[in-house]
Design a protein around this ligand. Sequence first.
Ligand SMILES: *Cc1c(COP(=O)(O)O)cnc(C)c1O
Length: 354
Amino acid sequence: MSRFMSERLSSLKPYTPGEQPLDKKYIKLNTNESPYPPSPAVVNAINKSAIEDLKLYSDPDLRRLRGAIAKYYGVPEGCVFCGNGSDEVLSFAFQAWGSDNGVAYPDISYGFYSVFADLYSFNSKVIPLDKDFHINLNDYYGFNGLIVFANPNAPTGLFVPVGEIKRLAKNNPDSVILVDEAYVDFGAESALSLIFEHDNVVVVRTFSKSRQMAGARLGYAFACEALINDLNTIKFSFNPYNVNRLTAIAGAESVMDGAYFEECKAKIIKTRENLKQCLRSLGFSMTDSVANFVFVKHPDICGKQYYEALKERGILVRHFSAERIDQYVRITVGTDDEINALVAATVDILQEAK
Ligand SMILES: *Cc1c(COP(=O)(O)O)cnc(C)c1O
């Protein structure tokens, strides 16, 4: 740290992204990207736009992109906001709705929530998951600040039913309730319908996990128009061109190619269930993840050891050293070939661990 760093931020601990090593080619199952390429329509549109339009600024209102998302999900365009990855949407949300009352989120969840709370100097109310790693929304009743959780949660893959979110929205009318649905497409029920009944519910989504576009950086949010306007106030005070032209066109094309989206999703869900079965038969226990990853542990090998042994064999998964979850690893669902390689390596590792 230089001597010029703002004192307010001198103890800020930045988010640690999953590793993206360049030393060799790994089977990469550590950051929940899609193993499949984007739709051909996306690639064509990017090519065409690069040649014809890259010299121009992007549309600050992102009308085409927001229009495509609005149409696909059946919501008014004024209820859609887009950002440079859902991380940016989350950052704007914290700036807009974080308050002196602080921000509440689960102890085990997406690591950025605490980082944003610290960055913007809000108090954090960290609420533990129950012993089976479920979020109990009753624990959030009566809290009057911003409430944020991932649904399905990461890294557990477990979800809270929408009825419980609805009850929380009703019970805490003075809190904004932000539901981070990064993984919702892989099998959980969305809270999207709640935005029509509750002026305090925001649903955040991303193109990174289920739409093959992690590198493009595109996230979006659904909420009532007043909340969307709040996000726009932050965006237009920070970077009106937050979504670049190539990403905006790619996002619109991705949404319009519904068949490809469904096809990739179905493949991942099928591979996930196969993977669960294989790992169970090898003695692993796991959460019943409905996301594009599994969260597993084995009685014969600790999480860190398993992670390291896989890395030695050219396979990257994610290990978290936080207290309650350090026995686990999180494995992104890849292609069938990638998962077969993972299972083969695991058989090998378990043999050695005996
Ligand atoms: C991956 C992830 C994000 C970030 O997604 P980007 O759109 O790539 O910024 C946000 N929330 C959760 C829970 C995630 O897992």
